[in-house]
Ligand binder design. Structure first.
Ligand code: Q9C
Ligand code: ZN
Length: 674
């Protein structure tokens, strides 16, 4: 359905006119660097370009006081001296004669984006704006922010579009205290922010940025703060925060719209953030958010001061909004101790308000004593303080031995292929999804089938030929993802052949997610090249770190905890370069559940996912999986039920067994119970 890019060149006009080392990083080149890179990559051309309009007085009045709006309006006619004097009345702010115009365009861009998404003109989009917004308050400019663009967009979505549940994800490295203040008693806006905090020693030095600030009144539990107490947080830390904190709450909240305060000062290289996450991580964060709210994601630029990192991360975000698969994450997927402590303390603070966090967190973790000074402003941190990664334990020996770079092929020419046994004319598919005609050579197919009794039948052989042809296309890098079908009686053997074929034709690490009654192939080598995960086993069991089985969760809540708490942490820890997901006999998954699982597995292996269905699956199921693998948003699951005690028990047991090897399973800094 398309991606909007909202921009106006006029927003490059505002700039700092005097000397101020704190403010000089917020400069016009931030926008031009991002836009130039989008053009270079051909991404801008793939978007629906919208020219930003100015927000009206009434629209600004949705969150700001009339007096404050008039004050900012008057800066248009002030001289440099007066601008500087007024700027000094706020923290980390500069005004320019063009500030009012730019800030109205920035807020207007957000409104246009939300309107385009909520009227169905586009699926999602990015507003490239400055000045940023998330620090701005009802009657105050703050931290380079004049009008609160994202907050205005949220208020507008409620007022003009009648929305009841809006999720705001603030991945900027600073706390968007402005957004927090504006919605802290409002249960219709769930505000999540992670931020550099260092126990209160980092700007804006607020007590209410800590994890125990959870909102007030009706809004209790709808403010979620994740303070980072060390610098150097990386991909594993950010992914753990999403999997173990944000996403459980977000699914339970079931938003109708996702707004992203998309600051990129949380990326490696940024002088403000001092974090380590790479630009690719933002492709993954975006992709994870796209499974919410039917994919209605509106991102608006906030901070980001390292031009190279900013430009690259903006490209990663836009590329993912456009539906391209995310590039694999690099580096060991081991969250650091400090990150785990933060995630655990935020989970503990939120647990009273969210059923998805209850039951699971049996062992509370003592957090470090508060270091707030009596004056409220803690002493500044000594330069060269301990870096997070230096303190982190070395990665577990077993996985690190095969943590070589995943093999990266050039972008495939075909994104998704459907290789059903008989081409189905009733399938609803995007125009560029190909229905595959080809099959592997007959002799070759027979050779692969020979060891398997269940593959002797003609129907099974035909299906296998099509699957092998698709798999070869994927391994050769012509095709990115696809679906294939097989007779139910041949599902296990077909999957076995697919695994062997994948491993012998270039896959270094193959993740196999088998749903329903599918036994692990008997001759599968224990060499760590295959991670076998069966969902639908009789009981939770980890025969080895590469052979995991868990019962099929019965309720939506259990299914989500299984994906977020087990499947994805294992998958991201394993870093496969090929993913097979098989819906075998008795998988019992409904379309939306299967779609969600497939959509989330698409974050692995550069989106190289092959889904294997039973031949008698409905065309609806085949269609929905093809569309999701192609990059469309899965349908919302709706309100989630609580996980059953059995589901939670299975998850806790496996976590206890597997946490020592798979560090992404950790949700907190506690020693697992045996
Ligand atoms: N070195 C945004 O990213 N200065 N605003 C902090 C600490 C203020 C950041 C000084 C930073 C404001 C939108
Ligand atoms: Zn920031």
């Amino acid at each position: 359905m398309g991606t909007a890019l909202v921009y106006h060149e006029d927003m490059t006009a505002t700039r700092l006119l005097w000397d101020d080392p704190e403010c000089e990083i917020e400069r016009p080149e931030r926008l031009t660097a991002a836009l130039d890179r989008l053009r270079q990559r051909g991404l801008e051309q793939r978007c629906l370009r919208l020219s930003a309009r100015e927000a009206s007085k009434e629209e600004l009045g949705l969150v700001h006081s009339p007096e404050y709006v008039s004050l900012v309006r008057k800066t248009q006619v002030l001289g440099e001296e007066e601008l500087q004097a007024l700027s000094r009345q706020f923290d980390a702010i500069y005004f320019h004669p063009s500030t009012f115009h730019c800030a109205r365009l920035a807020a207007g861009a957000g409104l246009q984006l939300v309107d385009a998404v909520l009227t169905g003109t586009v699926q999602n989009g990015l507003a490239l704006v400055r000045p940023p917004g998330h620090h701005s308050q009802r009657a105050a400019a703050n931290g380079f922010c004049v009008f609160n663009n994202v907050a205005i967009a949220a208020a507008h979505a409620k007022q003009k579009h009648g929305l009841h549940r809006i999720l705001i994800v603030d991945w900027d490295v600073h706390h968007g205290q402005g957004i927090q203040y504006l919605f802290e008693d409002d249960p219709s806006v769930l505000y999540f922010s992670w931020h550099r905090y260092e126990h209160g020693r980092f700007w804006p030095f607020l007590r209410e940025s800590d994890a125990d600030a959870v909102g007030r009144g009706q809004g209790l539990g709808f403010t979620v703060n994740l303070p980072w107490n060390q610098v150097g947080m990386g991909n594993a830390d950010y992914m753990a925060a999403f999997l173990h904190l944000l996403l459980p709450l977000a699914f339970e909240f079931d938003p109708e719209l996702v707004l992203v305060s998309a600051g990129f000062d949380s990326v490696i290289g940024d002088p403000e953030g001092q974090m380590q996450a790479t630009p690719e991580c933002f492709a993954h964060l975006t992709q994870l958010l796209q499974v919410l709210a039917g994919g209605r994601v509106c991102a608006m630029l906030e901070g980001g001061y390292h031009l190279e990192s900013l430009a690259e991360s903006v490209c990663m975000t836009v590329q993912t909004l456009l539906g391209d698969p995310a590039p694999p994450l690099s580096g060991p997927m081991v969250p650091c101790q400090s990150a785990l402590e933060s995630i655990q303390s935020a989970r503990a603070a939120q647990a009273p308000y969210w059923k998805s966090l209850q039951l699971q967190d049996a062992t509370p973790v003592p957090t470090s004593p508060s270091t707030h000074s009596p004056e409220g402003r803690p002493p500044p941190l000594l330069p060269g303080g301990p870096m997070c990664k230096a303190a982190a334990p070395a990665p577990a020996p077993a996985p690190s031995s095969f943590l070589d770079q995943p093999c990266l092929c050039p972008a495939p020419s075909v994104r998704t292929t459907v290789a059903l046994t008989a081409p189905d004319t009733t399938l609803v598919l995007p125009p560029d999804v190909i229905q595959q005609e080809g099959s592997a050579l007959r002799e070759e197919t027979e050779a692969w089938a020979r060891p398997h009794k269940s593959l002797a039948r003609e129907e099974a052989l035909t299906a296998l030929g099509k699957l092998l042809y698709l798999l070869d296309g994927m391994l050769d890098g012509q095709v990115n993802s696809g679906i294939a079908a097989t007779p139910a009686s041949a599902a296990a053997a077909t999957l076995d052949v697919a695994i062997q074929r994948g491993l012998s034709h270039g896959a270094q690490r193959l993740l196999c997610v088998a749903l329903g009654q599918l036994d692990r192939p008997p001759d599968l080598a224990h060499d760590g090249r295959t991670l076998w995960l069966n969902i639908g086993g009789k009981e939770a069991a980890a025969l080895s770190m590469f052979h995991v089985s868990t019962p099929l969760p019965v309720m939506t809540g259990g299914f989500l905890s299984c994906i977020l708490g087990l499947v994805l942490p294992l998958a991201y820890g394993f870093q496969p370069d090929l993913v097979l997901v098989a819906l075998g006999p008795g998988h019992g998954l409904q379309g939306p559940h299967a779609a969600l699982l497939s959509a989330m597995l698409r974050g692995l292996a550069g989106g190289r996912v092959l889904a294997l269905l039973e031949e008698d699956s409905t065309p609806q199921l085949a269609g929905i999986l093809a569309r999701v693998l192609h990059g469309e948003a899965p349908p919302s699951l709706g309100p989630s039920s609580m996980a059953s005690p059995e589901d939670v028990q299975a998850l806790m047991y496996l976590r206890g067994q597997l946490e020592p090897q798979w560090k992404m399973l950790q949700v907190g800094a506690f020693t697992p119970q045996k």
